[in-house]
Design a protein around this ligand. Structure first.
Ligand SMILES: [Zn+2]
Length: 72
């Protein structure tokens, strides 16, 4: 399943990514839910962790959906 996933970078930015299971296209896969990838919010590299959208506020969801990292 490769749908849009909401992820959070090490600096706390939220964005969406198309999180491909098992392989990283433009990222380095560390564990199933953690990757080293480029954050589209401030264009820096960092640890990116999958986030459960159930735990996010409407404002956080809107902020995440304003940025998309594309295939990860
Ligand atoms: Zn960031």
């Amino acid at each position: 399943m490769a749908g849009k996933t909401i992820v959070r970078c090490s600096a706390g930015h939220l964005f969406t990514a198309t999180w491909i299971p098992l392989i990283g296209i433009k990222s380095i896969r560390l564990t199933p839910s953690r990757r080293y990838a480029r954050c589209p919010v401030e264009r820096h590299w960092g640890m990116v962790t999958k986030t459960d959208s159930m735990n996010l506020s409407q404002a956080e969801l809107a902020s995440a959906q304003a940025h998309d990292a594309g295939l990860q």
